[in-house]
Write a protein that binds this ligand. Structure first.
Ligand code: EPZ
Length: 419
């Protein structure tokens, strides 16, 4: 558990290099097991979820070395072992080791994964896809086993373009005897990044980032080097903070098209947004108006659900009424209750929407962060609020943001984090 102390009201000025993407690196780390060789990853964010994933790889007898933002995984001597329940329960992405172990060993067993509580998070689409590829899946009360199977490959049509299920199927497909076609896939940039790594490892993949992905297994046992893509959600969080507090923020090494709906929303709110090839500059006088259009979350390229909480927090003082419709996770408006403690006027409706009526000033509050992005939203609120706020962090915010306190301090915020 940690405690954030924030004295709000400062404008944010400066240049930040965006961290590597949490949701990009986690599937790539699982893919390091599939690649029977050495993987060198760069721009790996130093996050708790990454630490836990590296620990999983070590448990499977991979050799792991971490130097700064570079991680080397040697999986040549990997062995099928049980992954401790504690590690599985730390994050959702641990479920990707089912597909990775099926590809590498033809079998494997995992405990049910954990992750942020955002409403029901079943794994039915993952299991249906693996079964379609030839895996024999057995469900225990809290465990999932892939019994020794001959993975054949085949055609999978996802009923919904789940990010994790698409990634799990891609990983398993690498160990199949034949070709795989995945249809109605997730199109998130993190899927393309995973495909890039797997292609470098010798797998033939086309169509990643579109609805249909073709995978033909292939191998090379050498060294694969991969630079993790920049974190669009960490970028969105800093942009929303600067928009709401006022100031001028330059984000370097960002891919602007990945952030399009967020940047469009911030422009609608009156921010001056200048997009360059690998950076974005946002200028705000802190006097925002509510976005002209409703913010409706959806699968890529729609507005990302992960950026909804921080955008909502940026609208708390915006002039007018902002409407948010959450369409991915039914529990992803839980931060509204805590945001009201800052004086935010948020009305929740039964269809998972939030109506935010801008208030002239927010005041300080003592609140608790129960999930990663909801916690980040509390930070965005506290940074704008008058006076000193405290956020009790149940080890959530640090799961997704690298050096966030230092970054915000460097931009001029008065903020401290103690463990
Ligand atoms: C990934 O989660 C991200 N996590 C999430 O990031 C992100 O919010 C989400 O994609 C949507 O973009 C990682 O990449 C590690 P989904 P994932 O499967 O893969 C339903 C963050 O804050 N569903 O696309 O779990 C599910 O219940 C996080 O960084 C099923 O019904 O997302 C949800 O309503 C949290 N059955 C919807 O699909 C399944 O088998 C989207 O889930 C799988 C999913």
């Amino acid at each position: 558990m940690g405690l954030w102390t924030i004295r709000g009201g400062n404008r944010l000025y400066g240049t930040v290099q965006v961290q590597g993407a949490k949701n990009g690196v986690l599937p790539v780390l699982a893919a390091c097991l599939v690649h029977n060789g050495i993987s060198v990853l760069e721009r790996v964010p130093r996050l708790r979820d990454v630490e836990y994933t590296l620990e999983i790889l070590r448990c499977l007898d991979c050799k792991v070395r971490q130097e700064g933002d570079r991680v080397t995984v040697d999986s040549r001597n990997a062995q099928l072992r049980e992954i401790p329940t504690f590690l599985m329960e730390q994050m959702r992405s641990s479920v990707l080791f089912l597909g990775a172990m099926a590809a590498r060993f033809g079998e494997g067993a995992i405990h049910m994964p954990g992750g942020c509580l955002l409403g029901p998070r079943p794994v039915d689409l993952h299991l249906a896809a693996l079964t379609k590829l030839g895996a024999r899946i057995e469900l225990g009360e809290k465990s999932i086993s892939c019994l020794k199977s001959m993975l054949t490959g085949g055609e999978v049509v996802f009923p919904f373009p789940s990010v994790g299920a698409t990634e799990n199927a891609m990983l398993a497909a690498c160990g199949c005897a034949g070709e795989t076609v995945l249809r109605n896939c997730a199109k998130e940039p993190e899927i393309e990044d995973l495909a890039k790594f797997l292609c470098a490892a010798g797998v033939q993949i086309t169509g990643a980032g579109t609805e249909t992905i073709h995978i033909r297994p292939g191998k090379h046992n050498g060294t694969v080097c991969h630079r993790v893509l920049p974190d669009r959600i960490a970028g969105a969080t800093l942009l929303c903070a600067a928009a709401a507090c006022g100031g001028k923020l330059i984000l370097r090494e960002i891919i602007c098209p990945h952030l399009k709906p967020v940047l469009d929303g911030l422009e609608e709110m009156g921010c001056n947004v200048k997009k360059q090839e690998d950076s974005v500059t946002l200028q705000s006088d802190g006097a925002l108006w509510s976005p002209a259009n409703e913010i409706i979350t959806g699968t890529y390229p729609a507005f990302p659900t992960d950026a909804q909480p921080v955008m909502l927090a940026a609208c708390l003082q915006a002039d007018g009424v902002s409407v948010f419709r959450e369409r991915i996770f039914s529990g992803r408006l839980a931060h509204a209750k805590q945001l009201r403690r800052f004086g935010g006027n948020i009305c929740l409706t039964e269809d998972c929407s939030a109506v935010v009526t801008g208030v002239p000033r927010l005041h300080s509050a003592n609140v608790e962060a129960h999930d990663l992005r909801g916690g980040a939203a509390l930070l965005v609120a506290a940074l704008q609020a008058d006076g000193e706020s405290h956020i009790v962090d149940h080890d959530r915010i640090s799961r997704g943001y690298e050096f966030l306190d230092a970054t915000l301090r460097q931009l001029g915020a008065e903020i401290d984090y103690t463990d």
